[in-house]
Design a binder for this molecule. Sequence first.
Ligand code: ITT
Length: 202
Amino acid sequence: ARLLLATANKKKLVELQRILDAALGMHQIELVGLADFPGYPDVPETGLTFGENALIKAREGAKRTGLPTVADDSGLAVTALNGMPGVFSARWSGAHGDDAANLDLVLAQVSDVGDEHRGAAFVCAAALVLPNGREHLVEGRQTGRLLRARRGEGGFGYDPIFLGDGQERTNAELSPAEKDAISHRGKAFRELAKVVAKELPR
Ligand code: ITT
């Protein structure tokens, strides 16, 4: 089946294709990104929750392309920052998509927070919207805590400062498959893969 993934984030596209291939078998799902639709507009993410934003992105994609569309809305919720940056994770430092600046700002904001209070969670909402209007929404989380300095080169976004519960390596020090096994996105999209298999049988 051919699915639109309504994202401008290339690293999400790579992670998602990998997760769906592992869940459903190679070549079951062909994800196409927004890059294949020149002129696709920037869709304002006005939702107050990850789920609302995932649905906004997926609905717009299905409406504009006629393809079954999946969308991911994700981010980091930091306990000491009352759940922020949350839905603002990609634009926390102002510049949309400047991962390094966003990470530096969060680190600075928790610099005075003691070791026992550095809890955080990655959250991923994954939506599927079909051209016939049917909608599905699932969520996955990975809990952990924030380090005081970066470690590792893998992953993206806030991965270098996030140590998952029970882990000795940051998400950026895990292999792609190791990250998928425990990540918010891995959990959400393995759940969504079951829905895709039911809604879009081959
Ligand atoms: P689209 O809206 O086009 O999908 P985006 O990058 O703007 O792309 P979001 O609005 O969902 O996506 O913001 C997600 C941000 O949350 C992302 O830029 C990272 O800063 C952070 N994030 C999400 N998943 C992450 C992960 O697996 N590891 C590290 N940081 C992550």
